[in-house]
Design a protein around this ligand. Sequence first.
Ligand code: FAD
Ligand code: NAG
Length: 326
Amino acid sequence: MEVGIIGSGVIGLLSALTLTDAGYKVTIVARDLPGDETQDWASPWAGVSIYPHPDVGGHDLQTENFKYYWALAHRDPTSGVQIVNATEYYDDREDDSTIWYKTVVPRYRLISKENLPRGVKLGFTYTSMTINPTFFLPWVQRQLEARGVKFIRKTLNSIEEAQKITGTKLIVHASGLGAFTLANDKNVEGIRGQTMFVKTGFEELKMHQGSHYTYVIPRMFTNGAIIGGVSQPGSTDRSVDIDLRSDILQRVKTLTNGEIGDIDLEKDVQKDIVAFRPGRKGGYRLETDGSTVHAYGFAGLGYIFSYGVALKVQALVDSIGGGMRL
Ligand SMILES: Cc1cc2nc3c(=O)[nH]c(=O)nc-3n(C[C@H](O)[C@H](O)[C@H](O)COP(=O)(O)OP(=O)(O)OC[C@H]3O[C@@H](n4cnc5c(N)ncnc54)[C@H](O)[C@@H]3O)c2cc1C
Ligand SMILES: *[C@@H]1O[C@H](CO)[C@@H](O)[C@H](O)[C@H]1NC(C)=O
C-alpha cells in the first residue's frame, strides 16, 4: 500500500522509516529537504539534546524515542547520535516527583541540595544523547532512499495537492508550521529560538529550566557545542538579536560553573542561529482525520518525541488502511 508524507523534517523522515519498516511504499513531498539551510523549517537548527520533558505528557512516546536513539548511537555512530553525560537543573520545583523518566534513563542520580549551584532547587544527572542534525537528517534520507522512498521538492497549497502528486489518498501530514495553512489550524504558532555554535572542548550536556532557559549541547564530529537559548512565542524576527549573544554566554558560564572556558564572541562563534519551533497552542496534534494522519506541533521537543511519534503514525496509518480495504 502507498503512503504520501508531507514534510521532510524529523517527524516526516522518521515516519517514513517506521512506515517502510511496516512494508508501505512511501513518497515524501516537501518544500525543504535535508541539507537545506533556510529558516523556513526547524529540524536543521535544533541543538539537539534528548532530554525527556517532565511536564508535557506523552511519556510512552518519549520513552520509545529514548530507546530508539540509544540503540542507534550504539549501532551506527555515523548517524550523528552520541551518548553523553547530562545534567538538568530547575529553579521552579523543589523535588524530583515530576521527573517520571528517572526510571527510564540510565544512571539517574539526584544531586544533593548542598552541591547545587546557587539559585538551583533541583538537579540531577543521567546518561543521555545529543544529535548533530547536519549529519542525522541526511543519514535518515540515505536510509530511506536505499528503501526506495522518493523525495519530491514542492511547496504545497493543500493536502489534496499532495494526494495528486503522490497518487494516494493516504497522507501523513508533518509540515510543522506549514499546518497553519495546510490544516487551516490557527493554533499553530512559531516559537523563536536563538543559539550560537561555538568552538569549545566542553563535552557534557547541561540545561537550566524554570525562570530562564539555558543550555550547552555538544555536537558530535565537531570541536564545538550549541549554546542557548531563548523561547519567544509569536516572534517572527529572523535577524540575530545582538544583545542576546552576551546574555546567553553569561548564562552558559554560570550554568557550567565557568568550565566552558573563555569564549570570545568575536572569534569563537562559528554560526549564529535564529529559528522557529513549530508550536501549537493546546499541544501537539497526532490523530487521523479521514484519510490523513496529522503529526505536527511538537514545538521545542520534535526530536525528543520523533521516533515515538513515528511508531504512532504507523499504527494510525494501519488503522486507516484497514478501513479503506485497499
Ligand atoms: C533553536 C532550536 C533548538 C531546538 N532544540 C531542540 C532540542 O534540543 N531537542 C528537540 O527535541 N527539539 C529541539 N528543537 C525543536 C525541533 O527542531 C522541532 O520540534 C522539530 O524539528 C520539528 O520537526 P517537524 O518535522 O515537525 O518540522 P520541520 O522540521 O519544520 O519540518 C517541516 C517540513 O514540512 C515542510 N513544509 C512546510 N510547509 C510546507 C508546504 N506548504 N508545502 C510543502 N512542504 C512544507 C518543510 O519544508 C519541512 O520539510 C529546537 C528548535 C529550535 C528552533
Ligand atoms: C560520564 O562520566 C563518567 C564519570 O562520572 C565517566 O566514567 C564516563 O566515561 C562519562 N561518559 C561519557 C559518555 O562521557
